[in-house]
Design a protein around this ligand. Structure first.
Ligand code: PSU
Ligand code: MN
Length: 307
């Protein structure tokens, strides 16, 4: 696997990639636009340590001064967490932020693409983007879904929040040929809650089988990602009915304020933290920790497969 020459790869990450050792990609929109400061930088630092403790090298991905970075030092994590000029960068935004030498926090879609250009096959995040509620009219469907259909990276998340239309999101992923796996669960999780009312399209209970799915899929030339939905630990979940009240209030406010496009997800996440009195943030951090443990174990299992 060659590493694309435009990437700035942290030496530790480059050495691991060249030696075929496990590496886990981490996104940065969750840092810059998904959580408040300073909990965001604490989360980002802790999650990197969890990946290390699990036997893999963490590579947080972002665009800094127009350069796509694979792996960040402390100073850059702090910048992403606190600098208000950091743009939210999805796939369509990559050429602009690079050409204008800007700072960009990468979404699931753009993190996947940059990870793949570095040869990283496992990526850990909190929640996927998807089909927004009301997308029948607004046509607001996250580029995360198209990217999952294109790019060969396994993405560990805690499912899809009910700020999105979970049923339609699952339908689009099926159309795009993306395997959606419930990890240790028959039900697709809804981020804050272990339940969603929707069945997980398939279930796997061990990382060895997940690694084998990755190998099989790509060796058959079935390009694209695998979505691994890891339910939030039971002791940390917020029951779906309690979250629904908060989410409905946030959605009504976003409509009243005319929030649209790339601003809607960050707006809703911020309001959820406020309206839940901080409970949503606590659960968000807990589920990212749990996803990091699973992602590290998966990267280790995938690296151990025979060539
Ligand atoms: N869901 C979260 N936290 C996040 C995001 C989603 O719980 O930080 C971010 C991710 O980076 C995801 C992006 O890729 O929002 C989706 O944004 P959009 O719908 O504009 O594609
Ligand atoms: Mn959108």
């Amino acid at each position: 696997m060659t590493i694309h020459p435009a990437l700035h790869v942290l030496p530790e990450v480059r050495e691991a990639l060249e030696a075929g050792r496990p590496v886990v990609a981490l996104e940065s929109t969750i840092i810059s636009h998904g959580m408040p400061y300073p909990q965001n930088v604490a989360m980002a630092t802790e999650v990197e340590q969890i990946v290390r403790d699990g036997g893999a090298v963490p590579a947080t991905i972002a665009v800094l001064g127009g350069a796509p970075h694979i792996g960040l030092g402390r100073h850059n994590l702090e910048l992403l967490a606190s600098d208000p000029t950091v743009a939210k960068v999805s796939i369509r935004d990559l050429p602009h932020v690079i050409a204008t030498r800007g700072h960009g926090a990468t979404t699931v879609a753009s993190t996947m693409r940059l990870a793949a250009l570095a040869g990283i096959r496992v990526f850990v995040t909190g929640g996927l983007g998807g089909v927004h509620q009301g997308a029948q009219d607004s046509m607001d469907v996250s580029a995360d879904l198209t990217e999952l259909s294109l790019t060969d990276v396994a993405v560990v998340s805690a499912g899809v929040k009910s700020i999105l239309d979970i049923g339609r999101t699952l339908e689009v992923l099926e159309t795009l040929g993306v395997p959606v796996v419930g990890y240790g669960t028959d039900e697709f999780p809804s981020f804050f809650s272990r339940s969603s009312g929707y069945a997980a399209p398939m279930r796997v209970d061990d990382v060895g089988t997940l690694a084998e799915m990755m190998r099989v899929k790509w060796s058959l030339g079935l390009h694209g990602g695998i979505s691994i939905a890891n339910p939030v630990p039971a002791e940390e979940e917020i029951p779906a009915d309690r979250m629904t009240t908060v989410i409905d209030a946030a959605l009504r406010e976003s409509e009243a304020h005319g929030i649209r496009g790339k601003d809607i997800t960050p707006y809703l996440l911020g309001r959820l933290v406020e309206l839940s009195g901080g409970a949503s943030l606590k659960t968000n951090i807990a589920l990212v920790r749990s996803n990091a443990r699973l992602g590290a174990a998966l990267a280790v299992a995938y690296a151990a497969l025979p060539d």
